[in-house]
Design a protein around this ligand. Structure first.
Ligand code: FNR
Length: 334
């Protein structure tokens, strides 16, 4: 509950760098709104919507159970996949399982992602998948969050090896994700040798776990609050070396951000903080309406760009300026 409260109270606009991208309008798009297919090509993840609810809550008793039930019903109603928050608490204490299991109960046929950190063992990964009959497993990387937490981990050796073993042994596709600081080309290169299905870049510009954890400590580690790779840049970093499914998250707020993420190479986008805020402040019905509007807005913009599918958007021209242009040039991306 601390994370939820601080995620809402510390959130402030930071730069994803999507605003350095201008899409190029096509006055002769050659298609109509009814030709648009929103179902993305996401390999074994088989998503129906290009938007999913990213990992947030679990554990922590009846309040998180209620929130997860709301998110699960919204996912069912809108056809979106949904990730649960880290299940480590429930693997250690069976009393914590309800707040995760409710998600499968509310949405028996939906696409669900299990979630654990890279400290997990193969057996824990299998148990987390089984707990919610997950269709895929997210493994999160959260070095900056751990370092900012007074009681957090200080040793990050062996994570890649554990991820490789989990990816080889669990029966469902594995997604490796960051938690708001972004995945670089160098990290994606290391991950590309593991048999994982997808990388979620989860970049800088949205929920900021350095700010959240700093709220809980006396001596603040202020330098981590402006640390990560902005989400737009992180998509290009990962796309340059990773050939499979790319998921984008981190500060995605609008359908226009989504269109830009797809143009840069993402196959689907995840939202955590923005959906959390609507669910907490406006409720379940409003969240469903908001997601229906996002789907509609995506179809509108794809029509104006002449892109019938999410993958067609990758071939649409865009002009990159400002800080994002500088970043990509210095990092050697064309
Ligand atoms: C998160 N996030 C997260 N990620 C993860 O892999 N496991 C987790 O348990 C959690 N927990 C969590 C709690 C809360 C309250 C929030 C807001 C977020 C991170 C999340 O999945 C995502 O990577 C980042 O929040 C960036 O996306 P947004 O929030 O900017 O859309």
């Amino acid at each position: 509950m601390d994370h939820i409260q601080f995620a809402l109270s510390t959130s402030k606009e930071a730069r994803t760098m999507f605003d350095d991208i201008r899409v190029v309008h096509q006055a002769l798009p050659g298609l109509g709104v009814e030709d648009i297919r929103l179902q993305p090509e996401t390999g074994d993840l088989r998503l129906k919507s290009p938007v999913f609810i990213n990992a947030m809550t679990g554990g922590g008793g009846s309040e998180t159970e209620k929130l997860n039930a709301i998110l699960a019903r919204v996912a069912k109603e809108t056809g979106m996949a949904m990730a649960v928050g880290s299940q480590m608490a429930a693997l250690k204490d069976p009393d914590e399982r309800n707040s995760y299991e409710i998600v499968r109960k509310e949405n028996p046929d939906g696409i669900l992602f299990a979630n654990l950190g890279s400290e997990a063992s193969v057996q824990q990964a299998k148990d987390a998948v089984e707990m919610i009959e997950a269709n895929a497993l997210q493994i999160h990387l959260n070095v900056v969050q751990e370092l900012t937490m007074p009681e957090g981990d200080r040793d990050f050796k062996g994570a890649l090896e554990r991820i490789r073993r989990i990816a080889d042994e669990v029966q469902v596709p594995v997604i490796v994700k960051e938690t708001g600081f972004g995945i670089s080309r160098e990290t994606a290169e290391q991950l590309a040798v593991a048999s994982i299905e997808a990388i979620d870049v989860s970049g800088f510009g949205g929920t900021n776990f350095a700010s959240i954890e700093n709220e809980r400590r006396q001596r603040k580690l202020a330098y981590f609050q402006d640390w990560g790779i902005p989400t737009a840049a992180a998509i290009v970093e990962v796309d340059s070396v990773f050939g499979k499914t790319i998921l984008a998250s981190g500060g995605i707020r609008s359908a226009l951000d989504m269109v830009k993420a797809f143009m840069l190479g993402a196959d689907a986008v995840g939202l955590a903080g923005a959906f959390l805020r609507i669910a907490m402040e406006k409720g379940e019905k409003e969240l469903v309406l908001e997601i229906n509007s996002l789907h509609e807005d995506l179809a509108m913009m794809m029509t104006a760009l002449g892109a019938a599918s999410i993958s067609d958007l990758k071939h649409c021209p865009a002009v990159i300026s400002g800080e994002l242009f500088h970043y990509l040039t210095v990092r050697g991306f064309e």
